[in-house]
Design a protein around this ligand. Structure first.
Ligand code: SF4
Length: 398
């Protein structure tokens, strides 16, 4: 990230911190926080059982259920569903970023329309189109820079005014959506027993995608909880910490395709919403990960407080998983080399991210465990080897 982008990101982070300070100290949110901690800790211990429960529940609810062991399988499954399309639409999703869906579809000559405003801006940006925050992907860009990006990419002259930009991008996306029959989204939480997908958004774009002929939902097994009540608790806490508001404008609960039985009780699918809902549950190393890595609810609080992220930005992290927790996850989603290259040794182990995390993810402890292992696999800094050798030979690091 460039210095001016880092500066804008830091000032956006400051606004976010100020906006949420009262809310996260509200006794109701503190009570919710305790409830969600228990839900997350309990859920990650029984992922295999919950996968089987979800498989049955989704089937009962009339949804197609697919399981992907890794990212290649997930991309193959998605491709199979969309191979006859020229264009598909997508919402903001770390899981889809993890798969590298955008590059993959590019290779396959299928156009992808990002529907989230921040994601669309990043998609149209010609260089470095990595997000800077999981909820606000473009918050490192100033309004005049965004106006420049939009003007160049859409070949219009747009004023550096947030509302003007919003209206223009909205018009452009809505026009593109006319050519799309398939919407692809993630989900913020999944209720295994009820067979329901819970999605949180403010823009209304996920509602639009869920109204397309086919709605594909790709979600990690770490998002599984038992019930809708648990899932709603998780997304309420995520919203409070991510945006500083008690609730987002929309919480979509999807428990099946659109249907009607209004004529002679004959069941017909595809009334106004999706005729077909396909859930792809993704493992991709999650069940091998340290349990505490999976407590995360995706609010992004950790990066706002992280001293390293505030200095280097999105170089510290892996794809959409930013900051220390992203580095830690990359060890399991990819390998030791990826976590080393994502900033394993950039972390100061200060523990600020844990203090700010609503579920207390112990990122610095996870980092220490991965570093210890990395010493044996050859992925630690050369200087460490020199010091290690020196201690072995001379009993001193010098
Ligand atoms: S422990 Fe590491 S990842 Fe967490 S806030 Fe400190 S520097 Fe950032």
């Amino acid at each position: 990230m460039k210095e001016n982008e880092l500066k804008t990101m830091r000032s956006s982070f400051k606004i976010m911190e100020e906006r949420r300070i009262d809310l996260i100290h509200d006794p109701r949110i503190i009570k919710l926080q305790e409830r969600v901690k228990n839900i997350r800790k309990k859920s990650v211990k029984k992922i295999p059982a919950m996968v089987e429960t979800a498989r049955k529940s989704f089937k009962i609810n009339g949804m197609e259920f697919l399981y992907a062991e890794d990212s290649h399988q997930a991309l193959d499954l998605i491709y199979n569903l969309i191979k006859n399309e020229k264009m598909v639409a997508k919402s903001k999703s770390n899981t889809l970023n993890e798969l590298g869906l955008s590059d993959y579809l590019n290779e396959k000559n299928i156009q992808l329309v990002e529907t989230d405003l921040g994601d669309r801006i990043i998609q149209l940006k010609p260089d470095d189109n990595k997000p800077s925050h999981p909820i606000g992907p473009a918050l490192h860009l100033k309004v005049d820079k965004i106006a420049e990006i939009i003007s160049e990419s859409l070949d219009v002259k747009v004023k550096a005014d947030p509302r003007v930009i919003m209206e223009l991008v909205k018009g452009n996306v809505l026009e593109e959506l006319k050519s799309c029959k398939i919407g692809i989204t993630g989900a913020n939480s999944v209720a295994a027993e009820d067979g329901s997908l819970i999605m949180v958004h403010n823009e209304g774009n996920i509602s639009l995608l869920s109204l397309m002929d086919t709605h594909i939902v790709v979600v990690g097994v770490d998002k599984l909880v038992d019930t809708i009540e648990d899932a709603i608790s998780v997304v309420k806490l995520e919203t409070a910490y991510a945006t500083g508001t008690a609730l987002s404008s929309y919480i979509n609960v999807i428990s099946g395709p659109s249907k009607t039985a209004d004529i002679e009780k004959k069941l017909l699918e595809g009334m106004y919403g999706a005729r077909k809902v396909v859930v792809i549950l993704l493992d991709n190393g999650r069940q091998e990960a340290l349990e505490e890595c999976l407590w995360c609810i995706g609010c992004g609080s950790c990066i706002v407080s992280c001293p390293v992220y505030n200095v280097v930005g999105n170089e510290f992290g892996y794809r959409g998983y930013l900051g220390g927790r992203g580095v830690a996850m990359s060890r399991f989603l990819q390998d030791e080399k990826t976590s080393f290259n994502s900033g394993l040794y950039m972390c100061t182990l200060c523990g600020l991210c844990t203090l700010e995390c609503p579920v207390g993810t112990p990122t610095s402890e996870i980092m220490e465990k991965i570093r210890k292992e990395s010493k044996n696999t050859g992925f630690s800094p050369k200087e460490h080897y020199k010091i290690h050798k020196s201690i072995e030979r001379k009993g001193s690091p010098f």
